[in-house]
Design a protein around this ligand. Structure first.
Ligand SMILES: C[S@@+](CC[C@H](N)C(=O)[O-])C[C@H]1O[C@@H](n2cnc3c(N)ncnc32)[C@H](O)[C@@H]1O
Length: 206
C-alpha cells in the first residue's frame, strides 16, 4: 500500500489525521499513532535509537533468515545482539561468521552476539526482566502468538527502552492484520510509531 492509500484507509475507519510535516498524527479516542512519511529500514530505526541512547543489549525474537541482523550487525558497535530463533536458515549461521562481525587484529568475534536456538517462550523464561534496551518481535504473525509474545517480551525491556515489531498492517486481509490487532489491544494508551513502507515496523517506548 502507498502512504496515500494508508492515510485514506485510516480516514475511512473514522480516524483523525493531522499532517505534522515529517509524519501524520493519527488519533481516535485514546489511540495516538505517529505514521512516518518516510520509509525507513528497521535497522535504521534501531541503530538511531541505540546510538542516541547508548543501548547495551538488543534481542530479536524470530531472527532468521537474518534480514534485520544483516543491517544491524555491521554498524551496531558493541551492542549485545541476542537472536532467538527455533528454525535457523543456513544463511543465518553464515551471518555470524562474516568478517564484519570479526576483529582480525584481535582474532576474535568483536560483536557480543548470542544465539538462542529455541522457542520464544523458552528464551523468555531464561532472560531476566528488564535485561534489554530494545526487543524486536518478529516470530509468528498471527494474533494469538503476537499477543503471547508481547506479554512475555515487554517485560524484558528495561523502563524507558523500546519494543519493536514487524508487519503491522491493519489494512491487510484476514490473518495479515493479526499483528496490528494484537499491538493495538496491548498498547492502546501508548504512543505508537509506525513506518509505512513494505516493512511496516511498529515501535513504542515502555
Ligand atoms: C518473519 S521470520 C523473521 C525474519 C527476521 N526477523 C529477519 O529480519 O530476517 C520469522 C521467524 O520466526 C521464527 N519463529 C516462528 N515462531 C517461533 C517461535 N515460536 N519461537 C522461535 N522462533 C520462531 C521462524 O522460524 C522464522 O524464522
Amino acid at each position: 500500500m502507498t502512504l496515500e492509500e494508508i492515510t485514506k484507509w485510516y480516514q475511512d475507519q473514522g480516524w483523525n489525521l493531522e499532517d505534522k510535516g515529517s509524519e501524520f498524527l493519527i488519533t481516535k479516542g485514546e489511540f495516538i499513532k505517529h505514521l512516518s512519511k518516510k520509509p525507513i529500514f528497521r535497522s535504521e530505526v534501531i541503530l538511531q535509537l541505540s546510538r542516541g541512547e547508548k543501548w547495551k543489549a538488543f534481542i530479536e525474537v524470530g531472527a532468521s533468515p537474518g534480514g534485520l541482523a544483516e543491517g544491524l550487525l555491521p554498524d551496531c558497535g558493541q551492542l549485545i545482539y541476542v537472536a532467538v530463533e527455533r528454525v535457523p536458515h543456513l544463511k543465518f549461521y553464515g551471518l555470524f561468521l562474516r568478517t564484519d562481525c570479526y576483529d582480525k587484529k584481535l582474532g576474535m568475534q568483536r560483536k557480543p552476539i548470542a544465539f538462542m536456538r529455541m522457542d520464544t517462550a523458552e528464551a523468555a523464561y531464561l532472560i531476566a526482566p528488564g535485561a534489554a534496551d530494545g526487543v524486536m518481535i518478529d516470530a509468528q504473525h498471527n494474533y494469538t502468538d503476537v499477543v503471547a509474545d508481547i506479554k512475555m517480551w515487554r517485560l524484558k525491556v528495561k523502563k524507558g527502552g523500546c519494543l519493536f515489531g514487524h508487519d503491522y498492517n491493519p489494512w491487510g486481509v484476514k490473518n495479515a492484520s493479526g499483528v496490528a490487532y494484537a499491538v493495538d489491544e496491548a498498547f492502546y494508551e501508548i504512543n505508537l510509531f509506525l513506518e509505512p513502507s513494505g516493512n511496516c515496523v511498529w515501535w513504542l517506548r515502555l
